[in-house]
Design a protein around this ligand. Sequence first.
Ligand SMILES: Cc1ncc(COP(=O)(O)O)c(C=O)c1O
Length: 382
Amino acid sequence: MQNLPEKLLKKIQLREKSNILRALPETRNGVDFISNDYLGFSRSAAMFKAAKEVLKTYDIQTNGATGSRLISGNHKLYTVVERELARLHNIEEALLFNSGYDANLGFFSSVPQKGDCVFYDELIHASIRDGMQMSYAETYKFKHNDLQDLEVKYNRLKAKGKINGTIYIVTESVFSMDGDTPDLEMLTSFCESNKCLLIIDEAHAVGVFGKNGTGLIQEKKLEEKVFARIVTFGKGLGCHGAAILGSNALKQYLINFARSLIYTTALPPHALANIWVGYKKLARREDVEALQDNIKFFKAQIKKHKLEAFFIQSDSAIQCCLIPGYSKTKEIAAQLINKGYDVKAIASPTVPKGQERLRFCLHSYNSVQEIEEVLRLLATFV
Ligand SMILES: Cc1ncc(COP(=O)(O)O)c(C=O)c1O
């Protein structure tokens, strides 16, 4: 076996020394305040069975996709599911990708061109950052959820004659590590006034917000004002994959230029059957409503235990308790885990240094007693 180069070993040691070395966790069996499976769809036996029925209906008995979508992998469920996604999300077209990571990488590496500008929220997801790094466009960050900062930076660059080409603005409708939301109405009106194209990552809004859990853009009826939406299925839908929602022309462009779509084996048929079944269950609304009730209850309990000052304001399924200093965050997480509650301590570089936090993911299947107890314990530990 060949050894890892010395300089890479040093990087591991540095992380170890700083107490932020990542490792793959063991599967835990505590009360779930950690997974992105907001509605419990990943564990639904009925959905597992229903997905099999979909495959039977379409007479599909294959395990894998057999190739890229542009070669042999574009099996018939792709057309069916993409058409359904476009209808449910009230948009011209949907284009499926293997994951949200792939969708963002494909979009941001291929759409913004040399001479274009991308403005992005400083806390934007790593997949968008990675995509932008592969692009020749100029990129500028603005302060988190701070539209005024965006405006100041935009105007300053414009005055210097540095705003050329097409202007893209990208943010998330629910931030993955904060759970908060930008002012989407103001953002869309800024984009309209300045002829900017807006991209919204809805990874953590699907299954949580909107009629039938279709996301915040639809809840706010802003579909027409957004250039592209990214919806992902590994979170609220409990399965796998993602889609970019936009115009017919955007879909055609991505099929031709998004390398993370072109140069990879397509999703297998059962993954698409899962997505389809997931959207059917969303439409029944009972799970989304149960989740929304739990979010309200969690927030009321934060108040009751006088923990408001610790929590980032959020109406989503992601609720974060700031506990600066990773040793302390980890220690409190360990105490909760000891009591049977799975929570995640989040450290730098995932979040900025000094903003370490406990991240609670809420679910439709968390009971009122579990929520009451985990926050009662938290109040005694912080
Ligand atoms: C905001 C956001 N976008 C995209 C992704 C990537 O999605 P996926 O897990 O499907 O690759 C994530 C997942 O962590 C996310 O939080």
